[in-house]
Design a protein around this ligand. Structure first.
Ligand code: G4P
Length: 311
């Protein structure tokens, strides 16, 4: 019953997306003809949930660089595994922290490397000084603006509009060889899958009021505790040893039951009380979600490569 409620919560609250989605897709389809390389940003904590399902179709036959952004908020170990996962699929991968600029510098070299064939072809045809053109795309909140600002730095000149591109799109000249299209392709995640909504909400990619906070926290608690059964105990000074579920067979209603018991313990430990002395599990849920989104547990990756491979 609760599982259905969860799914309905997500579905009914995202009905405004399709109009935007169609427009963004159309804009990308128009621009893509002019593009030599697609630079796709994903959130390193949820590398699949933060991908747009249409990008493979839109970008087929184009070289692709996957930017695993917010790598600083994800687990180093999982970052390495996910990088390998994408590389095995034929993509080039860069781990970045767009906020500090870490990893961002290697983009220009990667673009040149990825477009080696095109550069050679141009040379053979006697075409000189034709820049490589890249388009940055990704779902909202993945860090596109921060990433572009970081790539661009201060020394950037914007060039004029080019024919064929939606008016207002600007080309940013990174150097003599590379230009980026500065209307980032804004795409939407695969919302029809409720798991995707949950994972993105945990990372702060969807506004809080889209989901029931207590239920969302229960999912987060289960994911975290499965990865490290002591992590919640240490952070909140609680004891969950005796109530840990069997993660291999846990179902939705057990996730909610387990999560609510943990939230109750957190509320008790942090003295979050309602009038009459009852534990305020809603307040505990909000604190937990804040902690998880602000990486207070250290680097956490919510999607694990091995689990994806098993599915
Ligand atoms: P968008 O254009 O794709 O929608 O995303 P945007 O750049 O606005 O970034 C969304 C949030 O993610 C921002 O935080 C931004 O600072 C943060 N962010 C982007 N890249 C990284 C990264 O690699 N690591 C970390 N830790 N954070 C990143 P905000 O809370 O909305 O704003 P603020 O904290 O910067 O004020």
């Amino acid at each position: 019953m609760k599982e259905n409620n969860q799914q309905n919560d997500i579905k009914t609250n995202i009905h405004w997306y399709p109009g935007h989605m169609t427009k963004a897709k159309r804009q990308m389809q128009e621009s893509i003809k002019l593009i030599d390389v697609i630079i796709e940003l994903v959130d390193a904590r949820v590398p699949l949930a933060s991908r747009n399902p249409d990008i493979d179709e839109l970008g087929k036959n184009k070289p692709r660089i996957i930017i695993m952004n917010k790598a600083d908020m994800a687990s180093d170990n999982e970052n390495t595994k996910w990088k390998k996962y994408f590389e095995e699929k034929g993509f080039h991968v860069i781990l970045t922290n767009a906020k500090t600029g870490q990893g961002v510098k290697s983009l220009k070299n990667q673009i040149t490397e990825v477009c080696k064939e095109k550069i050679e072809r141009d040379k053979r045809r006697g075409i000189k000084n034709r820049p490589i053109r890249g388009m940055v795309c990704g779902i909202p909140n993945v860090g596109k603006s921060t990433f572009i600002n970081s790539v661009v730095g201060k020394s950037t000149a914007k060039t004029g509009n080019k024919p064929g591109v939606t008016r207002g799109n600007q080309w940013i000249k990174l150097n003599n060889q590379v230009e980026l299209l500065d209307t980032p392709g804004i795409l939407w995640p695969k919302f029809e899958d409720p798991k995707v909504g949950i994972l993105l909400a945990l990372c702060g990619g969807i506004k809080e009021d889209v989901l029931n906070v207590t239920e969302l926290a229960c999912y987060g608690i289960t994911i975290l505790s499965k990865q490290n059964s002591k992590i919640l105990d240490l952070k909140y000074n609680i004891n969950t040893v005796d109530i840990l579920p069997n993660y291999d067979i846990i179902n939705q209603s057990e996730i909610l039951t387990f999560g609510e018991i943990v939230l109750d313990k957190i509320a008790e430990s942090r003295k979050m009380l309602l009038k009459g002395g009852l534990h305020d599990i809603n307040k505990a849920a909000l604190m937990f979600l804040d902690d998880i989104r602000n990486a207070k547990f250290g680097g956490i990756t919510f999607e694990i490569v091995e689990e994806i491979n098993e599915e």
